[in-house]
Design a protein around this ligand. Structure first.
Ligand SMILES: *Cc1c(COP(=O)(O)O)cnc(C)c1O
Length: 382
């Protein structure tokens, strides 16, 4: 998946730290999603929790039908900046959440029958369509932190607990079991879903297959996805929704940083003006080693360095990489595939400056569209 940096992107021009969203690669992802839509007539929503760069919403809106929000704030952003359908799902809602969601959403997905019972009349009176998330109890994801079907998971109603009468008047059923997975994992999930919940699809308008579909990865079997959706629609006569986050922005952005210092530890350690803890927290949460443009595995090239952030956290480390020449202060480096689950998750730990945000396309070059300052740090404290 390491496609490197695009021709024409000159890191010298980038202020650092800086996220750069690659509009050409976004367009390529959208072309794949568009093919799925055309072949199946399904609806595809952008999961804002993964990628919420509203400056590119007009481009995304040409292909995608709307957004899936995880909170009233995301729902408001979807309504004001994206347009189209706004769906919401959260593990639980407060009274205040429901009041706000009613203003912004056309569809609300509940995680429990108790919450559905509590709020169904209020939302129905506001014209909001209702759905229930179910848990097919079929695990495909290996890391428990990302597995909605792990033992003890609070996500979705299990078959043993489902009271069929609560489905009366519901428009949709929702399941979400995947994370960065292929169409084969969806095929197995669908089998589990239909075995447990197939009888309850009749009477619904749609089934939402959730996110975690790695549709735009080069080796994803798009034809199988198309067949699964079309077969499901033929069997049940309902609309199908997908709500990918990562797949929309896969490999469509970079985090550019400057090396500030190189210190000697048990190996050379280059300290960047970015922070892994503050700017790429998924690297520590996963954990995983983010790809770095032009760099090799440790020992593969002549010079191996550990790349670390400027915060005080001992573990603020991206990983170990090798280079043709030794890293030096002033060198610019670019982590690849940093559009999804990055800008939406940054924080100001240590008061570290938030990365600027830029757009790049071959036609228009690099444009910096957002820079952050002291007030962005201060405004979250009091
Ligand atoms: C996280 C999530 C998504 C998006 O998942 P991706 O892995 O980014 O595709 C969609 N729907 C729900 C309910 C989610 O929790």
């Amino acid at each position: 998946m390491d496609r490197g940096l695009p021709d024409g992107l000159d890191l010298v021009e980038a202020p650092t730290p800086c996220f750069i969203i690659d509009e050409d690669r976004l367009a390529r992802n959208l072309a794949v999603l568009s093919r799925v839509k055309q072949a199946t007539d399904c609806r595809i929503l952008l999961a804002l929790k993964a990628f919420a760069a509203f400056s590119v919403f007009p481009q995304l809106r040409r292909t995608l039908d709307g957004c899936c929000a995880s909170s009233p704030f995301e729902a408001r952003l979807a309504k004001e900046e994206f347009g189209g359908e706004v769906h919401a799902f959260a593990a639980a809602y407060s009274d205040r959440d429901i009041l706000e969601l009613a203003q912004f959403c056309g569809h609300v997905v509940f995680n429990s029958q108790a919450q559905l019972a509590k709020y169904r009349n209020q939302l129905s009176r506001s014209g909001v369509g209702l759905a229930l998330r179910v848990n097919p109890e079929h695990s495909e994801v290996r890391l428990p932190i990302y597995d909605p079907c792990a033992p003890g998971s609070r996500l979705g109603v299990r078959r043993a607990h489902l009271e069929p009468s609560c489905l009366e008047g519901l428009e949709g059923l929702h399941f979400h079991t995947l994370c960065e997975l292929g169409a084969d994992a969806l095929e197995r999930t669908l089998r589990a879903f239909e075995e447990k919940f197939g009888a309850f699809v009749a009477g619904r308008k749609y089934v939402n297959f959730g996110g975690g579909h790695h549709i735009t990865r080069p080796d994803y079997d798009v034809d199988l996805l198309i067949r699964l959706i079309n077969d499901f629609k033929a069997r049940h006569g309902v609309q199908v929704y997908l709500e990918p986050g990562e797949a929309a922005a896969l490999d469509a952005g970079y985090l550019v940083a400057t090396v500030l210092d190189v210190v000697e530890a048990d190996m050379g350690v280059a300290i960047m003006d970015a922070s892994v803890a503050a700017h790429m927290p998924d690297v520590l949460e996963g954990p995983y080693r983010p790809p770095l443009a032009g760099a090799g595995l440790p020992g593969e090239k002549d010079w191996t360095f550990r790349l670390a952030g400027l915060s005080c956290l001992a573990g603020d480390v991206a990983g170990e990489y090798s280079f043709d020449a030794p890293l030096q202060p002033g060198d610019k480096i670019a982590f690849l595939d940093q559009a999804h689950y990055t800008m939406v998750k940054t924080n100001t730990f240590n008061g570290v400056r938030l990365p600027s945000i830029g757009l790049f396309s071959k036609g228009e070059g690099l444009r910096i569209i957002r820079e952050f300052n002291y007030n962005d740090f201060k405004s979250r404290l009091s």
